[in-house]
Design a binder for this molecule. Structure first.
Ligand code: AHG
Ligand code: MN
Ligand code: MN
Length: 337
C-alpha cells in the first residue's frame, strides 16, 4: 500500500497561506533542500569519488577539515547565495562572515550553517548531517562587521537540519512546530513523513561522551551517576545510553523517541567555552527542540537567550525532554547554592 505524501513544495505553499512564511523563505528552504540532496549524494558516492579523507587544511577552530567538510561548505555557499534576500552567510568552515550585500536592509536574512556535522563518522560509514539557522536583520546596517551577526537564538525565524543516515531526512521549523521530510530516492523530492514532531515530557535515555567523565563539573557527574544507578538509585528508574558522535543524529533520535543530549562545558574544553558552536549548532538545535516541546539549556540558562559574543563562539549544551533538562538545571542550581 502506498500513501500519497505531501511534497516539500506543496507543504511550503500551504505554510505560506497558514502562517505567512514569505516567498523568499520558501525559496531559501528549497535551496537548502537542494544543497542537502547534493551533499547526501556526494556522501553516498564518497568511497568511489575518493573524498572521505582529510585535507591539508584546518578551519578557524583549528580542526582538520575533511574533504567533504569543504565540499559541503561549497554546496551551501553556492545555493544559499541564490536567494536575493540573503545578506550574509556564517559557516563553521569559514573564518570571516561572508557578506553578499554592500548595504543590508532591515528584513534581509543572515544564514548560519554547519555544512557537515559529525564528520569524524564519515570514514566509518555512520550518520552525519548538516545544520542551518536563519535570522532576519532588525535594522538597516550602516557597516558590515562580524559583530552584526551576533544575534540571540530567540530571534531565529527558521532552523533545521538534514540527517544523512540510512535515509536522508530534512527536518525544520519556521516557528509553527517541527516537520520532518524524507528524500525519496529516484524522485528528487523530499516528502512529508514526520508531521508535527513532538518530544515526550519525560525520558529514560541520555547521550553523553562518557570518556570525558574525569573532566565533568559536579552537576554533570551527579546526573550521570544517578542515571547509571538505575532503579535502586534516587531516580528510581533504569536509563539507557547512546552516543553517535553526531549532534544531528542525536537530536533526530530525541525528536523521534525522546531523550536528553549533553555536551557540557568541562575542565578540558572550558578554555574554549565548550565544544559545540552557539550560532550554527546549539541555537538551531535549541530552536527545533523547543518547537517540539522540549528544552535547550547551557545548564544554567536557556540557550536561545544567550547573547553571542563571537560568531564561532562555543557553548555548553543540554537539550531534550523538558523534565529531564530541568533535573540537570536543578543540579547546577544546587551547586550554586
Ligand atoms: P563537527 O563535525 O561539525 O565538528 O561537529 C561534531 C560535534 C557534534 O556533532 C558531536 O556531538 C560532537 O562533536 C562529537 O564529539 P566527540 O568527538 O567528543 O564525541
Ligand atoms: Mn558540528
Ligand atoms: Mn561541521
Amino acid at each position: 500500500m502506498t500513501t500519497e505524501r505531501q511534497t516539500l513544495r506543496k507543504f511550503l505553499l500551504q505554510e505560506q497561506e497558514k502562517s505567512g512564511i514569505g516567498q523568499d523563505m520558501m525559496l531559501l528552504l528549497e535551496d537548502i533542500a537542494t544543497s542537502c540532496r547534493i551533499i547526501a549524494h556526494q556522501i553516498r558516492n564518497g568511497p568511489f569519488l575518493d573524498i572521505l579523507g582529510t585535507t591539508e587544511t584546518s578551519n578557524v577552530q583549528g580542526e582538520t577539515q575533511k574533504q567533504l567538510d569543504v565540499i559541503a561548505n561549497d554546496v551551501f555557499l553556492s545555493h544559499c547565495s541564490n536567494c536575493a534576500r540573503v545578506a550574509a552567510l556564517v559557516s563553521e568552515e569559514i573564518d570571516e562572515v561572508i557578506w553578499l550585500k554592500d548595504a543590508p536592509k532591515k528584513g534581509d536574512y543572515l544564514v548560519y550553517f554547519d555544512p557537515l556535522d559529525g564528520s569524524s563518522n564519515l570514514n566509518v560509514n555512520l550518520s552525519v548531517g548538516s545544520i542551518f539557522s536563519v535570522v532576519e536583520l532588525e535594522d538597516d546596517l550602516a557597516e558590515l562587521s562580524n559583530e552584526a551577526v551576533l544575534i540571540k537564538g530567540a530571534k531565529q525565524i527558521c532552523a533545521g537540519y538534514s540527517l544523512y543516515g540510512p535515509s536522508t531526512s530534512l527536518v525544520f521549523s519556521t516557528g509553527q512546530g517541527v516537520n520532518g521530510f524524507t528524500h525519496k530516492i529516484g524522485s528528487g523530492e523530499f516528502l512529508l513523513t514526520f508531521p508535527d514532531m513532538k518530544l515526550p515530557e519525560e525520558t529514560e535515555e541520555f547521550a553523553i561522551n562518557a570518556s570525558r567523565f574525569r573532566s565533568w563539573d559536579a552537576p554533570i557527574r551527579r546526573y550521570v551517576e544517578e542515571c547509571i544507578d538505575g532503579e535502586d538509585g534516587v531516580r528510581g528508574k533504569s536509563f539507557n545510553m547512546r552516543w553517535t558522535a553526531s549532534m544531528v543524529a542525536e537530536v533526530h533520535r530525541i525528536l523521534t523517541r525522546g531523550g536528553v543530549f549533553l555536551y557540557p562545558k568541562d575542565s578540558a574544553n572550558a578554555h574554549m567555552g565548550g565544544k559545540l558552536r552557539l550560532l550554527y549548532e546549539a541555537n538551531p538545535m535549541g530552536f527545533i527542540v523547543e518547537q517540539a516541546g522540549g528544552r535547550a539549556s547551557t545548564g544554567t540558562e536557556r540557550i536561545l537567550d544567550v547573547q553571542p559574543t563571537g560568531h564561532h563562539q562555543r557553548i555548553s549544551v543540554v537539550l531534550g525532554c523538558k523534565a529531564e533538562v530541568e533535573v540537570i538545571e536543578s543540579y547546577f542550581a544546587d551547586e550554586r547554592g
